[in-house]
Design a protein around this ligand. Structure first.
Ligand code: BGC
Length: 815
């Protein structure tokens, strides 16, 4: 242990106290030993440091900070170095705000397009997500603080996120859901990781010894700190035993006491606590070094310009018929769509940033060389239909050469805490588009959405530019692409299916009650569409440019692939070349091909560049469930170089010697997986894959409600009061939506409806403790008076205790 000497001077109580928060955002300090507290702040695309009232829902304001494009946007840049640059700037701002741990990036896989937090995640591909995340982490940590990569792991839906059990086979877990984390740990060297809320194969992730010890610490050599997601601790002692050093936020000492008791009773050895404290001290001491120097400031203007540069490199040109883009100088444009006036530039929830400045497209146009014939909002942002708005927009459209139509998803639709209901943009926007098409067919769509959408209207428009959620400088970045000052070079980091029904997890998303079964296994995103031959709207890795590129001269050896790219157009541009590898042997089922490398190169017109993509430890590996190890299958492998997953330009092959492992599967028993048609796997076949029976996925409606049951389950409660409360909550949700307060309605879903009962104690900073939750549960289970009296008794005990404890009293007052 690095800090054995200090630890030997600490009391058991002091050691336990370090393992949970002091308040909502800070870890505990011990003044006597000069151990300071750490400040932890969201987040992934800008700092959300709350100076006053604290919450994890994005409700209360935070100190202004640069709002960079969200991760879903940046992933489209396919630029690891750019990731590192954003990280550096995030790190600088974090230091300026005295933050020790930055809670990001979020690197969960986009298993399904409807996951409410997809806008915060990078990709459906673990290699791409891992590489860009590693860049962020290196950048953030270069400033002397810690990144905190999250949410570890299989947190791929928001519905019941705090209690859902993800059922997934070991190979899929390793190959698809853990690889990005592995890269973040090994290459990014993240100093901390946030465990997710959910369970993995029956055990909460932060108590999951297999995940936290065998894999994270054992196989990957992670020596940093694991932090619970806010309020995500279940059994604190089990969490600590699994190596979860820090529980956040505070529970006002309640769980520290559980740790002390566990040591006294012999459930846990004191050495386990000591080791956790040792790693915590390392994080505390190494992230406070920077604050010993003079305080730093940052230039808002400069950071804004960086945010713009990032947005520019992340915009994806999806369609450009008749080369309508870039717009010619002097073009008369009609600017239509509410998003031009009120940009949609980030998502909702804990990642929300209070931007230092924000421009909209109308302001940007005033300074451009285009002639604007005017602006019309054309639709009501939250979906209400308005004929009048459409008529006015059509009148304006008649006067213009080109319509710039700003449409997309509103901020209440893509939010933490709840999943989207469908992949559509609101009907009133499509009605507008259809009406405009009747009066002027030169329509350029500028999209703002943080995740994939269906586009049944695409034939009616000439061009589509997708800005995703471009951060505070997104509007100016978009204008520079429209004008051609910037040649778009973004490529999609996720597939756009034609219809939501085509997605491989369609039948198994979201898990509604107890569990969610990942029956599609390794076939997520392009891995599925490609292998099962399903047509898509836009494939993974797709994006156009104002120039064209020609690929040639592929050469493969055992270490790398080399090839040439020539810019055959008239303007300079950047191309993202993608390396996919496909195994020719059919002995072990696999996706037809998988991304194993990529390179982004800038090329002048007429110029040819040689590109090299090295192979690495992931190029040929697969996880063998028999040997429980990464293995290589002996076979010929196709080496494919593509401009997208569906546009392969060069092919070669290489023979690779295998590791000689036994075949892990019986082909006959897994027909869907061997054919790749894994969208409709039966229960029996899935059970064969995972090697056990799947747990019952629905609630036992007769069972009394317990700590880990959610408030939504009160609909089946024995107690009338709980059922009444449930109906009040659902009514409030319905009513708030009805009157247009969708954000507030979402908060109800996020913070009440899907909250497990234990969360009431974990999230209230000591106002409610677990004995009080017992009283609440008695009420829910039909013992109203007994429960109420228990609740009041425990509350008065708590208050009496608090009066004698000033620290806890302070925490309660603050919350
Ligand atoms: C989110 C985390 C976030 C934390 C603190 C949680 O609800 O899942 O991503 O870092 O709150 O705001």
């Amino acid at each position: 242990m690095k800090y054995a000497e200090i630890i030997s001077r600490m009391t058991l109580e002091e050691k336990a106290s370090l393992t949970s928060g002091k308040d909502f955002w800070q870890s505990m300090d011990i003044a006597r030993l000069n151990i300071g507290s750490m400040f932890l702040s969201d987040g992934p695309h800008g700092i959300r440091k709350q100076a006053a009232a604290a919450d994890h829902l994005g409700l209360n304001p935070s100190i202004p900070a640069t709002c960079f494009p969200t991760s879903a946007t940046v992933a489209n840049s396919w630029n690891e170095a750019l990731g590192e640059e954003i990280g550096e700037y995030l790190g600088r701002e974090a230091v300026a705000q005295k933050v020790n741990v930055l809670l990001g990036p979020g690197i969960n896989m986009k298993r399904n397009p409807l996951c409410g937090r997809n806008f915060e995640y990078f990709s459906e591909d673990p290699y791409l997500a891992g590489k860009i995340a590693a860049g962020y982490i290196r950048g953030i940590q270069s400033q002397g603080i810690s990144a905190c990569v999250k949410h570890f792991c299989v947190n791929n839906q928001e519905e019941r996120r705090m209690a859902i059990d993800t059922v997934v086979d070991e190979r899929t877990l390793r190959e698809v859901y853990l690889t990005a984390f592995e890269i973040a740990v090994k290459e990014g060297k993240t100093k901390s990781i946030m465990s997710s809320y959910n369970l993995l194969n029956g055990t909460y992730t932060n108590e999951n010894v297999h995940l936290m010890y065998d894999i994270l610490r054992g196989e990957w050599g992670f020596n940093g700190v694991v932090i619970t997601d806010w309020g995500g601790s279940n059994d604190r002692v089990a969490g600590l035993i699994a190596g979860n050093e820090l529980e956040m936020p505070t529970t006002a000492g309640e769980t520290n006491e559980e740790i002390i008791q566990a040591i006294k009773s012999g459930r846990m050895k004191e050495e386990v606590l000591d080791q956790c404290v040792d790693r915590l001290l390392d994080l505390i001491f190494t992230t406070e070094e920077i604050y010993k120097e003079s305080s730093s400031e940052f230039s808002k203007e400069k950071h804004h310009r960086i945010a713009q540069k990032v947005a520019e490199e992340s915009i994806v040109l999806l369609k450009n018929d008749e080369n309508i883009l870039p717009l010619k100088k002097g073009t008369q444009v009609a600017i239509i769509g509410d998003f031009a006036e009120k940009p949609r530039y980030q998502g909702a929830g804990s990642s929300i940033v209070n931007p230092t400045m924000l421009h909209n497209s109308l302001d940007c146009f005033k300074e451009s060389e285009f002639i604007s014939v005017g602006y019309e909002s054309g639709f009501e942002r939250y979906g209400k239909k308005s004929k009048k708005k459409i008529e006015k927009a059509c009148e304006l459209a008649k006067k213009a050469d080109v319509i710039l139509l700003y449409i997309g998803l509103d901020e209440a639709t893509e939010a933490e805490g709840l999943d989207r209901q469908d992949m559509k943009i609101p009907d009133n926007q499509i009605d507008l588009l259809n009406a405009l098409y009747e009066v002027n067919q030169n329509i350029v769509v500028i999209l703002s959405c943080g995740s994939a959408i269906e586009m049944p209207w695409i034939k009616k428009v000439k061009a589509v530019l997708h800005g995703y959620l471009g951060g505070q400088a997104g509007s100016s970045a978009m204008l520079r692409v429209l004008s051609g000052e910037v040649n778009p070079s973004g490529k999609l980091a996720e597939t756009y299916p034609l219809h939501y029904e085509d997605t491989p997890s369609f039948d198994n998303f979201p898990g509604k009650e107890v569990s969610v079964e990942y029956r599609e296994a390794v076939y997520i995103g392009y891995r599925y569409y490609d292998t099962a031959n399903i047509d898509v709207l836009f494939p993974f890795g797709y994006g156009l440019s104002y120039t064209t590129f020609e690929y040639s001269d592929i050469k493969v050896n055992k270490d790398k692939v080399t090839f040439k790219i020539r810019n055959t157009g008239t303007v300079p541009g950047m191309e993202v070349a993608q390396l996919y590898v496909g195994c020719r042997s059919k002995e072990i089922f696999r996706p037809k091909k998988e991304l194993k490398g990529f390179a982004k190169v800038f090329i002048d017109p007429g110029e040819t560049k040689t590109v090299t993509i090295p192979f690495d430890d992931k190029t040929f590996r697969y996880f063998n469930v028999k040997t429980n190890k990464w293995e290589v299958e002996q076979s010929d492998y196709k080496i494919l170089i593509g401009a997208s997953s569906d546009d392969i330009r060069l092919i070669d092959s290489i023979f690779i010697e295998g590791t000689g492992a036994p075949l892990p599967y019986n082909k006959e028993l897994l027909p869907s997986y061997y054919s790749g048609k894994a969208n409709n796997v039966g229960k029996e076949e899935f059970e064969t894959l995972i090697g056990r029976k799947v747990p019952v996925s629905t609630w036992d409606r007769k069972k009394p409600i317990g700590y880990n049951d959610t408030i939504a389950q009160c609909q089946y409660a024995k107690g009338w009061f709980a059922r009444f409360a449930f109906h009040m909550i659902t009514f409030a949700y319905w009513f708030l939506r009805k009157i247009g307060k969708r954000m507030t309605a979402n908060v109800i879903m996020m913070s009440i409806y899907h909250m497990p009962f234990r969360g009431i104690a974990r999230m209230t900073g000591g106002v409610v403790n677990m004995p009080m939750v017992d009283g609440i549960l008695m009420i829910a289970n039909g013992h109203f008076f007994k429960g109420l009296s228990h609740l009041l008794k425990e509350r008065s005990k708590l208050i009496k205790g608090i009066r004698s404890d000033e620290t806890i009293a302070k925490v309660i007052k603050e919350s």
